[in-house]
Design a protein around this ligand. Sequence first.
Ligand code: PFF
Length: 456
Amino acid sequence: MSQPTSSGSGAKPARELFGTKWGFVLAAVGSAVGLGNMWRFSYVAAEGGGAAFVILYIAMVALLGIPLMLCELVVGRKTHLSPIGALRELGGKRWATLGMLFVLVGFLILSYYSVIAGWTLRFAVESALTGFPGEPGAHFTEIASGRGAVMWHLLFMALTISIVMVGVQKGIERAAMILMPTLFLIVLGLAAWATTLPGAGAGYAFYLQPDLGQLLDPGVISQAVAQAFFSLSLGMGAMLTFASYLSKDTDLNQEAVTISFADFLVAFTSGLVVFPVMFALGLQDAVTESTVGALFIALPGAFEAMGGVGRIVGVLFFVALAVGAITSAISLLEVVTSSIIDEFGISRRNAAVGMGILIALFGLLSANSLDILGLVDQFAGELFLAVGALGMSIFVGWFMKDPITELARGASPGFQAVIPTALVLVRYVLPPVIAVVVWFQIVATIEVVRVTFGGG
Ligand code: PFF
């Protein structure tokens, strides 16, 4: 499947495909593994009761995440088109609107994701050169918004654009093949090191001993679902877009399980680094204090307090985080870029650079105000993702013609047997459950808007 081929449906232009099976898997895992795993997962898990949240999260990934990922993969591979065209081809003009929502969400998420990624990149570079800051709180306030944040955000966007504009095989696939194994190795190494910390036990205990009372809290369940979608890059067409570069003979079911498992593994292993470090230094409250507290204030503080070893470990941690961020950002820009290429017939280079610049400019708002960053995250990263996921499950469950045949193509006998069950989940379980999540997100969004604009 290494040669660019036509999609096989007559009039469509030739489409570049992933060169290898691992190329696709690593690119998709690269999309999934990012700030969501190494930053968001830890604090959402801490807020949700530690181990209880982890159990819930696994259940939500299996029950909702994997079926929803199958929905995206099946639409992408069947059409070999980016989201707008794919949904138009299979569902007509009305469903193309859902594809447009995906493009908008990709645009919005990347605009602030890149700002946070910029902080990460800055920590990686500056701590390697000069060590971690002595006063992490004050330091974070200084770098979080304003001129510095703008510069690192623009640098990060430039890196992302430079990879996406090169193409699927030479840009996206090659970057993933190099960066993802690097990230896995670093995270595993860090987790091994964390076992040697005196006092780490309390961190493990918090992370691994469930408080089962939390399992039935609807707010926590909704958080687990939202985290699963964000972490697996679902609800905005990223997996759909990558699957559009897949040849017909891949087993989508196998890929969905592999991607979800790898994503969970990195999130879980990151927790095995974050919690022991925090508890070893008595910083546990910082994990839940605020959304950014865990990583960008407490962790640098912890690394600083650990002296020379802390510096090495800390640099590696932020390098891994920056690597995760860039492979995720690539997929966000790819959703927008591929749609522009398909809809307007312009070159990849122009589409990637043009849209990348627009996103970078819009991101200046988030780079100058943490309030705006939080607001855009709430709308795009939480509410719109849930709406997109709802739309996708309804489309594949109720409107797409014969998704089973497409899912069964290339599937092993074991997976063939469970495909009908997956479809039952997509039809009857996903829409009502995701609708509840959308409702929770609407309430949360109103609250965020009220706090941001109402001053209290
Ligand atoms: N999955 C990424 C993360 O966990 O950081 C974030 C993300 C990337 C969300 C791509 C959505 C997306 F389409």
